[in-house]
Design a protein around this ligand. Structure first.
Ligand code: ATP
Ligand code: MG
Length: 297
């Protein structure tokens, strides 16, 4: 089982869209995939459930589990909150399961920080390691051993919930737009990741080593001759500061995303469509192949 966090501080860079599509494509290829939505906005959850339909399942979100963890209750294991959305699973050979999110996760972040004595996450604190390992330990449960891949859609911040995702991960991928500010942001994110790993390993009995697999460039704008020049420059600048990147990029294609959205399925599973949809689908499929090759354990 390979656990991959999809993360970027920046909002709206395609984290959720990529998580849903890579997850769906892996399942279409026969794999068993668990998608974990850690963003209180719950966009990933709502890529698989219509809001009204989800209302009925309100009790089954990762919020319940985090609340139990904070209160020191352990009777309900994480796997009990796993959902199997029907619409998408009717379309794939494998399986896509979801741990749904909830707006209340915002408070969980604050409560977890409070457990560790405030926003500085003091590593001397006796609960520093168990709190950081909350998700990692929960995923160690035998009930999760049947999954081939776990993808975690992180919120656009580096708070405590995000930190539990990183500690649980073998790999980290960073969706980003190819522009100047994003490049700066990625360098900063890399620094934060390195610091978290060093800090955690200085006190934890079992070291972690989540690998920054690479940036996935999304919403790339094309002209008749290829990607916009200014975007190429940004990609080159990221390479110069030795941040790895996926070879496959994903183009900016609002129309394709919107049209596929009508069927409420990720683009990779949407019904056959025009060239715009097919181009985007092709890129997402190629990206999934590269993702598999780079995150295989
Ligand atoms: N390749 C693309 N081309 C055009 N639009 C896209 C593409 N990928 C995603 N979008 C759109 O951009 C918006 C942001 O995408 P998404 O929600 O995946 O980003 P995010 O990084 O998860 O955002 P947040 O930080 O808010 O969680 C959405 O409206 C989505 O439909
Ligand atoms: Mg998102």
């Amino acid at each position: 089982m390979s656990v991959v966090s999809v993360i970027n501080y920046k909002g709206g860079v395609g984290k959720t869209t990529l998580t849903a599509n890579i997850g769906a494509e892996l399942a279409a290829r026969g794999r068993k995939v668990l998608l974990i939505d850690l963003d209180p906005q719950a966009s990933l959850t709502f890529s698989f459930y219509r809001p009204a339909e989800f209302e009925e399942q309100q009790q089954s979100t990762i919020l319940n589990w985090f609340r139990d963890f904070i209160a020191g209750r352990t009777e309900v294991p994480l796997h009990r909150y796993v959902l199997t959305p029907q619409e998408i699973n009717a379309k794939v050979q494998g399986q896509v399961d979801v741990l749904a999110s909830h707006l209340g996760l915002i408070e969980v972040d604050l409560d977890l920080a409070a457990v560790l004595g405030g926003s500085r996450f003091l590593k001397q604190h006796p609960r520093y390691v168990p709190v950081h390992r909350a998700l990692a330990d929960a995923l160690n449960d035998q009930m999760f051993h049947g999954y081939d891949s776990v993808l975690i859609d992180c919120p656009p911040n580096f708070n405590m919930v995000t930190r539990t995702a990183i500690v649980a991960s073998d790999h980290v991928v960073v969706p980003a737009r190819p522009d100047y500010l994003s490049t700066l942001g990625i360098d900063y994110l890399r620094g934060r990741l390195t610091r978290l790993v060093e800090e955690y390993n200085s006190v934890a009995p079992q070291p972690i080593n989540p690998e920054l697999v690479g940036v996935i460039y999304t919403m790339v704008q094309w002209t008749a001759t290829g990607p916009l020049n200014s975007q190429r420059t940004s990609v080159e600048r990221t390479a110069e500061i030795e941040i790895p990147a996926f070879l496959q990029t994903v183009r900016d294609s609002k129309t394709a995303i919107t049209e596929a959205g009508v069927s409420s399925l990720p683009v990779v599973l949407a019904p056959p469509g025009n060239t715009t949809i097919e181009n985007l689908r092709y890129e997402l499929q190629q990206l999934t192949s590269e993702f598999l090759a780079r995150t295989r354990i």
